[in-house]
Design a protein. Structure first.
Ligand code: NAG
Ligand code: NAG
Length: 480
């Protein structure tokens, strides 16, 4: 681009173009190289909750932009490759306002495609609602969930043994930024802590181990730690869940849920003694489970629970105006590595779930996720079967899912029912949030089924008359 080859206006134009392209690239921030080196973490606190079967991490970051830097529109978060594999959800909020008027504004978090995260780490960008000005400080509250991150050790236990697990992490927070001061707290379910790595200063008080305070950690620091402790929480893993939601404009929403459940804890070794299990329940099979609890919407009716053998009656339903709780038992207690499959079904009143949008479309407002409490769903499929004649369906789910359309058939169906299929892997309780399926519907279709019923009845009626008439005439001819 030698200036001599162009007239002056062309050169100026090209220059402007180059600047525009460069600034556009900078504006598409999370995928562009970090122009935001000004960020540093002034203080960080990480609290890891290992009391359940799922790892929950609460991270508070006080970040500051350098006085000499430009405005920052995002803050990056780093995860190891193993963490990314097991990461079910990441949420971020930013504290705004002073003291009493403090509010927490939710911020979007998205995977960032920056190339230069070392050791295969993945970066996620927390998009700030208002950019962080030079020399400004803000506090971010982060929450994330890791599934399948507690490794049973020993991997096999007998009926009378307790379940011990390993958890691996880093004593310091993995961050692409300089971290001035930080501490990590690990909370375990009981005082039975077999061992933990020391990275001084490290201290333990009861079920909690504290790493730090550490100061002045360079970007991308990582100091591996391992904790080994007792966790007898039932590790209920739903390997596969298919939830079918059938919407009928005749007043009902019918739900059918097929579960394939596994005890994901330490594998059971040796023989199972039901006698020992029943007589010494407090110490025998401490990590096994025999009760399951499903949280369903209020006003459910016709609830059933069955497995491949048949209807199981050992279930209890409690309802109040906010929810219904279904407590039920599989046919046998579940030990590590054991499976069971079952189906839950129930009906719900249509008017609680079907509404009309401002644009005239109808929409079903349903709950995503799995009604069983404290479980991980490896593979979730939700099928929303719309009434026959529905058109242009659109599902609105507040996180990334895989979606496609199918056609299902039911009694008296002529053209079949449009079915919206939504799939997601690695689903936890935090995914139990409302989602909507919008669709267009012509009320004339409401008449299709009754008309078919009427014509079927009419046909039957006419056939009967014809038959009776025939029968009579035969009778007459025989009598004569
Ligand atoms: C299953 O058992 C429950 C409880 O005994 C009963 O209320 C329900 O009607 C049964 N359902 C079927 C389909 O047999
Ligand atoms: C869906 O239902 C939830 C509560 O059940 C409600 O908070 C939310 O506003 C509803 N969403 C829509 C779009 O109607």
């Amino acid at each position: 681009m030698a200036p001599s080859l162009h007239s002056l206006p062309t050169t100026v134009f090209l220059l402007i173009l180059a600047v525009a392209v460069a600034s556009a690239a900078a504006a598409a921030s999370p995928s562009s190289p970090p122009g935001e080196d000004g960020i540093r973490v002034v203080a960080a606190e990480k609290r890891i909750d290992l009391t359940g079967p799922i790892v929950k991490v609460f991270l508070t970051l006080k970040v500051q932009n350098a006085a000499s830097a430009s405005e920052a529109s995002y803050v990056l978060l780093a995860f190891t490759p193993t963490e990314v594999q097991h990461l079910a959800i990441v949420k971020a909020t930013r504290a705004e306002g002073k003291r009493k008027k403090k509010t927490y504004v939710p911020l979007p978090v998205e995977p960032s495609h920056l190339a230069d995260a070392p050791n295969g780490a993945s970066l996620y960008a927390i998009l700030l609602s208002t950019p962080l000005k030079p020399a400004e400080t803000t506090t971010l509250e982060l929450f994330y969930v890791l599934t399948h991150s507690l490794e049973p050790f020993p991997a096999e236990i007998t009926q009378s043994e307790s379940q011990l697990v390993y958890y691996r992490d880093s004593a310091v927070i993995l961050s692409p930024y300089h971290v001035l001061e930080q501490a990590t707290y690990i909370k375990m379910p009981s005082n039975r802590v077999e061992s933990f790595t020391r990275v001084d200063p490290t201290s333990r008080s009861g079920p909690e181990v504290k790493y730090g305070t550490y100061s002045n950690q360079l970007p991308n620091s990582y100091l591996p730690i391992l904790v080994h402790f007792e966790n007898n929480h039932p590790f209920a893993v739903v390997e596969e869940l298919v939830r079918k939601v059938e919407i009928s404009h005749w007043g009902n929403v019918q739900i059918t849920e097929q579960y394939k459940l596994r005890h994901g804890g330490a594998r059971h070794k040796g023989v199972f003694s039901r006698l020992e299990y029943q007589s010494r329940q407090s110490i025998s099979g401490a990590s096994s489970f025999k009760n399951l609890l499903a949280r369903l919407p209020p006003r459910v009716h016709s609830v059933y629970y069955r497995d491949e053998i048949g209807n199981i009656s050992s279930s209890h339903l409690r309802s109040d105006s906010y929810k219904s709780e279904l407590e039920f038992e599989p046919r046998y207690p579940l030990f590590g590595g054991w499976h069971c499959t079952f189906t839950i079904g129930y009906g719900m009143p249509l008017q609680d779930f079907l509404f009309q949008a401002d644009d005239g479309r109808r929409y079903a407002n349903l709950t995503f996720g799995c009604p069983l409490l404290d479980t991980v769903v490896d593979d979730l499929t939700i099928k929303v079967v719309l009434p026959e004649g529905s058109k242009s369906p659109e599902a609105v789910v507040p996180f990334l899912t895989e979606q496609h359309l199918e056609t299902s058939y039911s009694y008296l169906d002529v053209v079949g029912r449009t079915t919206v299929v939504i799939k997601k892997k690695n689903v936890v309780g935090e995914h139990n949030v409302p989602f909507q399926v919008y669709y267009e519907f012509n009320p004339m279709f409401m008449l299709a089924e009754p008309l078919m019923l009427i014509s079927a009845l009419l046909f039957l009626f006419v056939t009967c008359i014809a038959y009776l008439h025939m029968d009579l005439s035969i009778g007459k001819s025989q009598a004569s």
